[in-house]
Design a protein around this ligand. Structure first.
Ligand code: AMP
Ligand code: MG
Length: 334
């Protein structure tokens, strides 16, 4: 495929569909997550997850029917008697974007996400940062296009993010875009407006590093993270934030470093391709660097997980080597 640019059908499609899915997710977060619920009720994020994947699956079926989609969700639970109530709610929200959608069509669109991650494929995390979504905080709708292991295009719809800068949960929303060879850009999610280019920070002093960390303590290995912070001599307070929106803060220069260290208590085993793909091209095209914790390029040809890599290191480029050294100096290894 020839190189992509702002006018490519793939880019126009990805922007439009991520925006549509993110606006529906935003309505669900405001309308459902605001209702009185028990603390453990995950139904708002379940509805948003399926609705966002259905919107993108439907769009792909219409526009690029030959392309595979690798998504986090499958419609199997919606085809059971217990899933009917949820499917009804999903249908209600999908119809705000596609008025004629039927429950059967919605299940088929969601199941487009069972595609094989081979050759050219799209990868989607319909709601990344589910804990943030439920807290009324940051989350992202993430879509990327991969060809022969190279992430060509990444889009993040972040409905609560302010100008790709502030982690303040009440933000008006940002849409973030990375196109291989064309740079990284953002525009307001709702009011659109002009695209502004993103550029990583020039920070090279370890002690001045602004580190991004998961809001959820269980998503990182805190003892190892503390060792890395000490070895690098980082003195600044970190920014705590949910989801792939963290990648966009490295791209905008608001933060300098993000280290994905698997926690022992984390329920999920693998590092899924949809949890990283769109962020990779957004950071690299803003001038930053993404590798695993051994300095190796992320390998998107290994299936639904990054099983040929260990962890992820995301930086402004200038701090990459010193972070890698600090990781390699970990007493217990990585
Ligand atoms: P967080 O960035 O903490 O909001 O987590 C968002 C998503 O990233 C979730 O889907 C997690 O499964 C995934 N995740 C969390 N921690 C890690 C990690 N250390 N490495 C790779 N993925 C992670
Ligand atoms: Mg995720």
């Amino acid at each position: 495929m020839s190189a992509l640019n702002m006018q490519s059908p793939e880019v126009i499609f990805a922007i439009e569909k991520v925006r549509q899915a993110a606006l529906i997710a935003d309505s669900i977060q405001q309308e459902m997550a605001g209702q009185s619920m028990t603390k453990n009720d995950r139904s708002p994020v379940t509805v948003a997850d399926f609705a966002a994947q259905a919107i993108v699956g439907a769009g792909l079926a219409g526009k690029f029917p030959g392309d595979a989609l690798v998504g986090e969700e499958s419609a199997a639970p919606l085809r059971t008697p217990e899933g009917q109530e949820t499917l009804k709610k999903i249908t209600e929200y999908v119809r705000r974007g596609i008025p004629s959608a039927t429950p059967d069509q919605i299940c088929a669109w969601i199941d487009k996400g069972l595609g094989e991650p081979k050759g050219r494929y799209w990868v989607m995390d319909p709601i990344d940062g589910t804990k943030g979504f439920l807290r009324g905080d940051q989350y992202a709708v993430a879509l990327a296009l991969i060809e022969n292991g190279e992430v060509l295009l990444g889009v993040l719809g972040c409905p609560n993010l302010t100008e790709v800068k502030s982690p303040d949960p009440k933000g008006p929303g940002s849409l973030v875009l990375g196109i291989r060879g064309q740079g990284s850009w953002w525009q307001p999610l709702k009011s659109k407006g002009e695209w502004k280019q993103l550029k990583v920070s020039g920070q090279s002093a370890s002690k001045e590093t602004v580190l991004l960390r998961s809001f959820e303590a269980c998503h990182t290995d805190s003892p190892r993270m503390t060792q890395i912070i000490q070895t690098m001599g980082i003195q600044k307070a970190p920014i705590l934030m949910d989801s792939l929106a963290k990648y966009s803060l490295v791209a905008s220069g608001t933060a300098d470093l993000l280290i994905r260290l698997r926690a022992a208590c984390s329920a999920d085993e693998g590092e899924y391709i949809w949890d990283q793909a769109s962020g990779v091209v957004i950071v690299e095209e803003a001038g930053g660097k993404v590798t695993d914790l051994n300095g190796k390029k992320l390998d998107f040809t290994a299936g639904r997980t990054l099983n040929r890599n260990r962890g992820v290191l995301i930086s402004n480029g200038k701090l990459h080597e010193s972070a890698l050294k600090a990781i390699q100096a970990l007493k217990e290894g990585v």
